[in-house]
Every structure is written in structure tokens, then in C-alpha cells.
Design a protein around this ligand. Structure first.
Ligand code: SER
Length: 319
């Protein structure tokens, strides 16, 4: 039987809520401690209220449950972060360093820390962006993730702490809503289509960005965390690629199912953020080191998104 006890910080977030359920399936419902700054009704499993700014409480939970792995998913994202740059820096860095320090002091086996395509800026080639390249992020979120990658490398080199990380593209899922990101349009657009409402897109029709379907994003995370330690050659964060598209392309794909769906393009401040991000990334190191392979493309993802969201909104109507 596995001795792993997993703590998820940010378990109510877009990725955290889905990942927590996957981890419960793998390790057992009584082996996963979900935590967040707010609770949600009817949560199934163990839940602890936790503000990751408070390292004493993180440490208490780690000791109380004899935690062996931490997934630290709490952060303020790219667009929201620009509203209060200094607060975003404080929160993102403090939460991350609290987790790394508690993990070091308590000899935690493995830590997962998410990075993002937001670490790249206009000095990196934005087509097929390489793994190792100059990083000049333009958002506070991106700066905090780029610093976080270096801190992950530092804790690994100096303390042997096994921190693993992925530079997520935009994550798209039907289960949860993103909050405050630049890639959020690619989730919102499906909801509008299924609700038969027109959608106002905050990026221009031609803004191509790398994206990944939730099923692939959670599988990548778990596969990276389960890979043998000696296979993990990159101790900053791995690029992963799955699909790249622009708003015009996702709109066209949705229109095949909803011919009357309408989108109006009205770029706002998020356009400038997206313009500095990669259009596609080179993930050959993730493929080589831990056999990363995506399963979903725009077409197959759209089929699942529309089917699941139709189920969801029909159920709400029937209630
Ligand atoms: N999806 C994130 C954002 O848009 C990128 O990591 O901020």
C-alpha cells in the first residue's frame, strides 16, 4: 500500500479542483488533503481551510497528516495580477516560498509547483519556443513564475528538495472556471455557445496561443510527479505542448455544432499580454524525459467540452 499523503494547496481553483479528484482516485480519498482559503459546499474528502501566506498553518497540516507530497497551485494569474502588481508579487512569492520552506524542513518527498507560458517574453522566439531560452516576462505573474522556477532549481540543488514543474499553456476544462487569466476566453467561449449567448472576445481573432485540455493537463502533472527521479533533468519547469489556436479557429470549430453562434472581437488590456506569449512551444524535453504525449486537439476537445457543458446546463434547467 502506498504511504503517500498528498496535500493540495489551492484545491478549489480551476486546476486544483480537477486534480484533487484525480489524486483521490490514485491515492485514496482519505490520503488527499484538499486546502484552500475558502471552502465549497458538499466537498467529498478531507478539506482544511488554509491561507498559504501562513506558513505556521501549512506546517501544522503537514505534521498533523504526515504529508509526503505537496501540490502548490494557489496563485494570482496574469490578467488579475496586473491590477495590483506589488500585492501579486508579495502573495505569489510568499505562498511559494512558504511551501518550499515547509517542504524542506519536513523532508517532504515531492513538491509540485506550476509554472506557465507567462515566463516567456518578446526576447524568446515565439514560434516553437525552446525549453531553455532567455526569459523576460512582461507580467508580474510571469515574473513570479520565472523567479519561482529559479527557486525550485535552488531548493533542488542546495537542499535536494524534489520540486517538479510544468509551464502550463492555457488550460481548458468543462469542470471548473479559470479566474483572472489571459487564456480564459477559451473556456468562456464554450459556456456562451452552449447557453446560446453571443460572446465578446477580449483577444483579437488572430491571437494564437498554446492551450491544453484539462484531461491532458492533469495527466501531465501526475505523470511528471510519478516519473522516476533520475528522469527529471529539468529542475526549473518543463514546456508542454498540446494544441495552438486563435479565437477565430475555436469559434469556427464551435460554429460547426452551433451555426448561429456569434462572436464579437473587442480586445482589451489582455491583448498586450497575449502578444508577448508564445504561439507554440517546443516540448521535446518533456517528451524525452517522462514520455509526455497529449491526447486532445482542438476538434476532440471541442466535442467533449460541448457535450459536457450541454449536460451541465440542461441539468441546471431541469432542477
Ligand atoms: N492561463 C494562465 C493565464 O492566462 C497562464 O498561465 O494567466
Amino acid at each position: 500500500m502506498s504511504k503517500d499523503i498528498v496535500l493540495v494547496i489551492g484545491a478549489n481553483g480551476q486546476l486544483g479542483s480537477v486534480l484533487t479528484k484525480e489524486l483521490q482516485k490514485i491515492y485514496g480519498i482519505d490520503k488527499v488533503i484538499a486546502s484552500d482559503v475558502y471552502s465549497v459546499p458538499n466537498f467529498e474528502g478531507i478539506f482544511q481551510l488554509l491561507d498559504a501566506n501562513d506558513s505556521v498553518t501549512i506546517e501544522e497540516i503537514v505534521k498533523q497528516y504526515s504529508v509526503t507530497q505537496i501540490y502548490h497551485l494557489a496563485a494570482i494569474l496574469s490578467a488579475k495580477g496586473e491590477e495590483q502588481p506589488l500585492r501579486t508579487w508579495d502573495l505569489n512569492m510568499k505562498m511559494m516560498l512558504n511551501v518550499f520552506e515547509v517542504a524542506r524542513r519536513n523532508v517532504i518527498d515531492k513538491v509540485f509547483f506550476p509554472s506557465s507560458i507567462a515566463v516567456f517574453g518578446n526576447l524568446a522566439p515565439l514560434q516553437n519556443t525552446p525549453q531553455s531560452v532567455f526569459l523576460n516576462p512582461a507580467t508580474v505573474y510571469g515574473i513570479s513564475k520565472a523567479s519561482g522556477e529559479n527557486w525550485a532549481q535552488y531548493y533542488f540543488t542546495n537542499y535536494g528538495l524534489d520540486i517538479r514543474s510544468i509551464r502550463y499553456p492555457g488550460v481548458i476544462g468543462y469542470q471548473s472556471m479559470p479566474g483572472g487569466g489571459t487564456t480564459d476566453y477559451a473556456v468562456d467561449i464554450y459556456h456562451s455557445a452552449v447557453k446560446k449567448q453571443p460572446y465578446r472576445c477580449f483577444l483579437s481573432a488572430a491571437t494564437k496561443l498554446p492551450m491544453v485540455f484539462m484531461e491532458d493537463a492533469t495527466r501531465a502533472t501526475i505523470e511528471l510527479m510519478q516519473a522516476p527521479k533520475e528522469n527529471i533533468k529539468t529542475r526549473t519547469a518543463y514546456n508542454i505542448a498540446a494544441m495552438s489556436f486563435n479565437p477565430a479557429e475555436i469559434f469556427a470549430e464551435i460554429k460547426k455544432v452551433y451555426p448561429n453562434f456569434e462572436v464579437e472581437f473587442q480586445p482589451d488590456f489582455r491583448q498586450a499580454i497575449a502578444d508577448k506569449w508564445p504561439k507554440s512551444v517546443d516540448d521535446s524535453e518533456a517528451r524525452n524525459d517522462w514520455s509526455w504525449t497529449p491526447r486532445y486537439d482542438l476538434q476532440s476537445m471541442t466535442a467533449v467540452m460541448l457535450e459536457k457543458l450541454e449536460e451541465k446546463y440542461n441539468t441546471i434547467k431541469l432542477k
